[in-house]
Design a protein around this ligand. Sequence first.
Ligand code: CA
Ligand code: CA
Ligand code: CA
Length: 420
Amino acid sequence: MGLKNWWRSITKRSRARTSRGEARRRAWGNWGHPEIERLEDRVTPTVAYQVPNGTLGNQAFGGPLGMDFDVNQPIVVTQLGVFDSGSDGLQSPITATLYQRTSPTTGTQVDQVPFAAGNPGTLVGGSRFLPLSSPVILPAGFQGSIVAEGYSALEPNGNATLPPYNVNKPWTTNDGGGLISFVGSRFSSTPNTFPSTVVNGGPADTFAAGTFQFFAVNTANTFVNDNWNLVQDNGDGVLSVGDRVQNTNDTINPGGITVTYGIDGFGTVTTSSVPGENLGTGSVAGAAKIHDAVAQTTSGGTVNVLEGTYTDAGGPITIDKSVTLLGAQHGVDARTGRPGAAESILNNSQGVYVSASNVTIDGFTVQNSTTRPSPATASTWAPAPAARRSSTMSSRTTSPASAWRTTAPPARPSFSTTCF
Ligand SMILES: [Ca+2]
Ligand SMILES: [Ca+2]
Ligand SMILES: [Ca+2]
């Protein structure tokens, strides 16, 4: 083909791409604009207090060393870390403790991770990290302190008020794009306590000592998928709550959603792209079902159920909180048909059981619901066989079988329900 025709052909293809892209964006609706990077979508965690690899400590302080931070937007902390002088292993055990500051001189322990002597965890820069047994969500307004304790002459900490680091401090902070702010530092000579003495005059990160890894989190907007790709382990080498997962295997906006498993991402992991590791795929109890996502989503929030098939085995797909449940085809009228469209399919023999007020369900196919759901207090159970329901309840159709059910009085909720 000539140059002109080649150009025309490219132009045509790119127009076609644009229009498909626009259709996707429309179908994608309120789970964001793919062009804009959401802080929640970062694959790798932010390390709050960063020490370069090879940094040597300059102080042997055995007591607790704390650094204070304030949370500006909700974060999930997945790993705690401790400075390793020389990045050559810990010559003595060090403990990392996350505190909530309750006054200028007091704090309440939130979580703690002990680091044994040797080479525990993962070395990132000049710090070692281990996962929390359960990731901790810190809300906006939270005032925290990360405390490390156990440094010694053999395993010294860093102190920016002492030479040589009073002249040139090699360690830095990272607020993850303004998610947190760094406030100041503190210490104590009393072991195993919140360090109550505030450092006067030093930088906010006076010490090379404790640190942590975190992600932005938005529990008002959660995601469920049946084929997540694992993109970042939380450090324990297996699929677990706190890992990062991405919707790489979907056709709508593939790779556009990255979330923390069990925190704002739920469902099943089918692939892993974590280099050098063969992490288990599958799911983790408490993070596997649509109902698990509903349980973890802020009341009034949105559970985005990505394209795929969901069974929530063991009972009906239960929606027991006031949330909006959006399937892949939300906002698209099912009555006009969605041939070939990627659907979010609710496939459960007991159907969908809604027991809360102000639930909106939009953009789903419901199928194979053939059994009356339990508990048997249903005031309505419609064996409403509809492979695809329309955007209003009144226009649902009747084959094949599916179920819709509400609870009986006195617990009768007032529904504001749209399906599907
Ligand atoms: Ca060391
Ligand atoms: Ca893991
Ligand atoms: Ca999927």
